[in-house]
Ligand binder design. Sequence first.
Ligand SMILES: Nc1nc2c(ncn2[C@@H]2O[C@H](COP(=O)(O)OP(=O)(O)OP(=O)(O)O)[C@@H](O)[C@H]2O)c(=O)[nH]1
Ligand SMILES: [Mg+2]
Length: 202
Amino acid sequence: MILRKTEFVTSAVKPEQYPEGNCPELAVSGRSNVGKSTLINKFVNRKNLAKVGNTPGKTQTINFFNMNDEWYLVDLPGYGYAKVPLQMRAQWGKMMQTYFRSRENLKGVIQLVDIRHKPSDDDRMMVNMLWENEIPVLIVATKADKVARGQRPKYLKAIAEALDMQEWKEIIPFSSMDGTGLKELHEAIEHIIQDTDEEKNV
Ligand SMILES: Nc1nc2c(ncn2[C@@H]2O[C@H](COP(=O)(O)OP(=O)(O)OP(=O)(O)O)[C@@H](O)[C@H]2O)c(=O)[nH]1
Ligand SMILES: [Mg+2]
C-alpha cells in the first residue's frame, strides 16, 4: 500500500467527536506500552505522527489518522496498566465499549501483544469480544527485536495457544526498531481494506 497522504484528524472520547462519514477504519488495540503508537508511526514511516511514551498510559484518547483520504487508522489508549486509578480504568472501559459497540466504520482491529509475554486476561477478553462481534482481527506480536529470530516460533506458538488460535503462523512478528514484519503488516492491512471495498460494491 502506497501512503500518499497521512495526517492526524482528531482525538475523541465520545461518539459525537468521531469523524463523520463512512470511511472504513482499522483500530490498533492492546495493553499500555505494547507499542501501538510506535507501530502506527512505523507503518506510515513518520517519527511523530502518533505520540509515543516511555511510560504506559501515553495515549489517553481515541486518535484518528487519515490514510490517503480513503480510510482511517485509529490509535487507541492501552489497557491493563496497574497504576492507573480505578476511576480512570472505568472511564477507559466505558470509552472503549462505546467505541467498539457503536462505531460502524470499524472494519478490523490490529491487536498487539508483546512477543515476550503470554497474553493477559485482558488480551484474551479483547480478542474474544472482537471474534464474537465478527470484527476481523489481526494479531501482531510486537518488540520482536527483543527475541532472537530462532526463538520466535516458540513465543508465537505460546501466544497462539493462549488466544485459542489454530495457526500460530497467522501472527505477524513485528519490530518498530528494525522493521521486522512491516511488509507483512502492509499486506495484511491492504487485504482488510480491500475486503471492505468489495463489501461496499455489493
Ligand atoms: N524494542 C522495542 N521497543 C518498542 C517497540 N515498539 C515500541 N517500543 C517501545 O515501547 C514503549 C511504548 O511504546 P508506545 O508506542 O507509546 O506504546 P503504546 O502501546 O502506544 O502505549 P499507550 O499509549 O500507553 O497505550 C516506547 O518506549 C517504545 O519505544 C519495538 O518494536 N521494539
Ligand atoms: Mg499509545
